[in-house]
Design a binder for this molecule. Structure first.
Ligand code: 16G
Ligand code: ZN
Length: 583
């Protein structure tokens, strides 16, 4: 069918992949794009099997997120709209690493047997999407072939979409709701508009937010989608100026741009300069599932205590200080907003991290973080907000799973990947309450409406629509942050001063085999080799507020080191000392 020689037929697709060992990992399969047709074909077979097994739609996204443009990858969405269920990851690894077409066919038979799928009578629907990478189209073709290898499978090609859009579409499809891109935008925007009508009355300070939000689109899919979002919004309060759109004259995808770059390097992305000092800026990653905010300040050359938090690089000399508002800061902003709404509902602390609300009972609000969360954020959430904090290993699937147990589960990785998940029974209660309009109490002269409670309920309901309930989503995240800032009538500086990050340092170490390091306790400790943990403990003990951990990366062939301490120099020294023990 003339779509290039690499993907011409199924025989080529299931060719033996000499030597390569692929792991599904935290982010699906990723590699240089030319290695991937067969991997995508096989992963697509699994997407079809999963759809057949669950009798629901599943999703497949061709993306390598923030990786360089020469890479690509593939990731599956489960019928819930979340990540592929973890038990099936092993199937993915085995399928992709099968060394002959016979072995591959046998394995498909084995999985079908084990899962009770009758291969003669399959049926299902798989939504397929891709990011803007040039290799995407060819890999989508490979996916379509893999899906059609099972009979009765329907492929819905959603074209170029952000990863969270595809997840949202799978969730909506399986809820029997309209699931196009139009529906996606309409849904998150309806929440945004409702919240906008519920903000406190304007005052002079509102001016802070009259500037459009300046967004770094990472030269990826997020840029065009943001412009689309704005044009559909039709509200003057939502204005973006998008840079790094991946258009002519822009650099390559993810090259010196994007949320991963800004968060890890603490440097302004390409096309940002002194001109942007003081502006409200945000950066999304290559597939628009991560979001960080930041603002630039003229660097005070002095040893001002604020200056030490920003790491200077060569970029723009050291003339600019970048103040990063990462996933931890977004989680805190959201948790604070939610706490305030529960207060308006008359919630009382139940002493166990829960908030007791008349008519519902205990509302369990929890913030889920990873070991990368800055210690200052954890302290603020526990001590100032009085909320429960749970820690899980890195990777959205772990955080998401934990967040499911709460009435309102707020989860964010420091790198900007996260969301707010509303539990079904609490959401049903909110909706019922809003529909019945019975917020208030019986007074002597009849029913007295509690306007404050009514508004708080409406805000929480709006929030549940605005936040993509399938996975973390940078677009929906921008609506979240912008709404809360408008509600607070303040800008990034005030948000940033809610708490002050402890200085931290991240580094990576190349080792012959990173899987030699096994972690425990949500990656905060090394289980083996056990002498390594003893060495780390000895180093940590040398520094005030010292905290550190190491873990093998799930996406790169390195071991990552994280260290935090009261002084930047201490955090640096701690990270260096630990790196030396690993080498
Ligand atoms: C993937 C994960 C992200 C995690 C990162 C860690 C998903 C959708 N993405 O990008 O959550 O923070 O990997 O990478 O789960 P690392 O293992 O290389 O540090
Ligand atoms: Zn991403």
């Amino acid at each position: 069918d003339g779509d290039g020689d690499m993907t011409n037929d199924v025989v080529t697709m299931i060719m033996v992949m000499e030597g390569s060992q692929f792991f599904y990992g935290t982010a699906g399969f990723r590699a240089e794009a030319h290695l991937l047709p067969s991997v995508v074909f096989r992963t697509a077979v699994l997407a079809a099997l999963r759809s057949a097994k669950t009798r629901s739609a599943t999703g497949l996204v061709v993306t390598a997120s923030h990786n360089p443009i020469k890479d690509n990858g593939v990731k599956l969405a489960d019928p819930s709209g979340g990540m592929l269920c973890m038990e099936w990851e092993e199937y993915a690894d085995r399928l992709v690493n099968a060394q002959s077409s016979l072995a591959l066919c046998e394995l498909v038979g084995e999985i079908a047997d084990r899962e009770g799928i009758s291969l003669g009578d399959t049926g299902g629907r798989i939504l397929v999407g891709r990011d803007t990478r040039p290799s995407g189209m060819e890999l989508v073709d490979a996916a379509k072939k893999g899906i059609s290898a099972l009979p009765g499978m329907e492929v819905l090609d959603m074209g170029v979409v952000s990863t969270p859009q595809l997840h949202w579409m799978v969730q909506a499809t399986n809820r029997g709701e309209p699931a196009t891109e139009d529906d996606y935008f309409a849904d998150i925007l309806s929440g945004y508009r409702e919240l906008a009508t519920l903000k406190p009355t304007r005052d002079a300070r509102q001016k802070v937010l009259e500037d459009p939000l300046l967004v770094d689109g990472s030269n990826g899919v997020g840029a065009a989608k943001l412009i689309d979002l704005q044009s559909r919004a039709g509200v003057s309060s939502l204005r973006f100026e998008v840079r790094n759109k991946g258009e002519e004259g822009d650099g390559p995808l993810n090259d010196g741009v994007g949320a991963d770059f800004v968060q890890k390097e603490r440097l302004p992305p390409a096309k940002f300069s002194e001109q942007d000092i003081g502006r409200r800026c945000a950066s999304v990653d290559g597939d628009a599932d991560r979001l960080v905010y930041f603002y630039l300040e003229k660097n005070q050359k002095s040893d001002s205590p604020g200056g030490q938090m920003a790491v200077q690089g060569d970029y723009l000399g050291s003339r600019l200080t970048l103040h990063l508002l990462d996933g931890d800061k977004i989680a805190v902003l959201a948790a604070l907003f939610i706490s305030q709404q529960l207060e308006e509902l008359g919630a009382k602390d139940d002493g166990n991290g829960g908030k007791s609300v008349v008519g519902y009972g205990t509302v369990r609000v929890g913030v889920v973080q990873t070991a990368y969360a800055n210690g200052a954020s954890t302290k603020y959430i526990k001590e100032v907000l009085g909320l429960e904090v749970a820690v899980t290993p890195t990777g959205v699937k772990h955080l998401h799973e934990k967040a499911v147990g709460f009435d309102i589960g707020i989860y964010f990785e420091a790198n900007g990947h996260g969301m707010i998940l509303f539990g079904a029974s609490f959401l049903a209660w909110l909706n019922k309450k809003q529909a019945s309009g019975d917020c208030g109490r019986e007074g002597d002269d009849g029913f007295i409406t509690d306007r404050k409670a009514e508004v708080a309920i409406a805000r929480l309901v709006a929030l549940s629509k605005l936040v993509n309930q399938a996975v973390g989503d940078a677009l929906s995240g921008i609506l979240l942050v912008e709404s809360i800032l408008q509600y607070r009538q303040s800008g990034l500086h005030e948000w940033n001063t809610l708490y002050k990050d402890l200085p931290s340092r991240q580094s990576k170490v190349m080792v012959p085999d990173r899987r030699q390091i096994v972690t425990k306790d949500a990656e905060t400790k090394v289980a083996s080799p056990d002498v390594l943990q003893q060495l780390i403990d000895l180093e940590i003990a040398k520094y005030k507020h010292g905290r550190a951990f190491v873990r093998p990366s799930g996406t790169e062939d390195v071991v990552r080191v994280y260290a935090e301490a009261e002084q930047q120099t201490d955090a640096d020294a701690l990270a260096n000392a630990i790196a030396r023990h690993i080498r």
